[in-house]
Design a protein. Structure first.
Length: 95
């Protein structure tokens, strides 16, 4: 029997993953932890020259915004199903 479920929530189209993960948590009356990775921008200044700081900041903010939207969808689905849940985001570097 499952007691705890760790679910990776993709930032692009999280709904199918969220629906499946929450349904499993509901079936087993398990706690579900939704996790998303907010990737840091990849900066290749040698190839493109200097990249303005505001562009880098925008990329970070966009990743955080996408994670927030995914967590809102996850939170609503978990509440509707009546399951115990939590969320965590992780800063990561692609690669």
């Amino acid at each position: 029997m499952l007691k705890d479920i760790a679910a990776y929530i993709p930032l692009g189209n999280p709904k199918p993953v969220i629906d499946y993960a929450v349904s499993i948590a509901e079936t087993f009356n398990a706690h579900i932890e939704g996790m998303a990775f907010v990737y840091q921008p990849i900066i290749t200044s040698m190839a493109y020259g200097a990249i303005p700081a505001d562009v880098v900041a925008w990329q970070r903010q966009e990743g955080e915004r996408q994670a927030g939207a995914a967590f809102e969808t996850f939170t609503q689905a978990a509440k509707n199903a009546g399951v115990s849940f939590g969320t965590q985001s992780f800063q990561a570097v692609p690669g």
